[in-house]
Design a protein. Structure first.
Length: 114
């Protein structure tokens, strides 16, 4: 089992920045991909960004150039630096890791006021 604890969400004005963190614990050996999804009210959950164990990055088109994903393998932590935030980035952000199975965090709210 892998447990994920997220932090860093909150309320920010449009144009501002936030940094999300997600720390994995438990059976962390062999974690492959780490990343973030988000779900806005009334919308489906969507991939925001992911990073593989070899460092391959993937971003949603809507966040390219504004968000940066990174990971610290020694700390089993994945980060999401979010800059130039827009109202449409408002959502609950969920981190995940894959280790033969997908494990999800509890979600953290990001609200961007316009």
């Amino acid at each position: 089992q892998v447990q994920l604890v997220e932090s860093g969400g909150g309320l920010v004005q449009a144009g501002g920045s936030l940094r999300l963190s997600c720390a994995a614990s438990g059976s962390t050996f062999g974690i492959n991909s780490m990343g973030w999804h988000r779900q806005a009210p009334g919308k489906q959950r969507e991939l925001v960004a992911s990073i593989s164990s070899s460092g391959i990055l993937r971003y949603a088109d809507s966040v390219k150039g504004r968000f940066t994903i990174s990971r610290d393998n020694a700390e089993n932590t994945v980060y999401l630096q979010m800059n130039s935030l827009k109202a449409e980035d408002t959502a609950v952000y969920y981190c995940y890791v894959t280790r033969g199975y997908v494990y999800w965090g509890q979600g953290t709210q990001v609200t961007v006021s316009s």
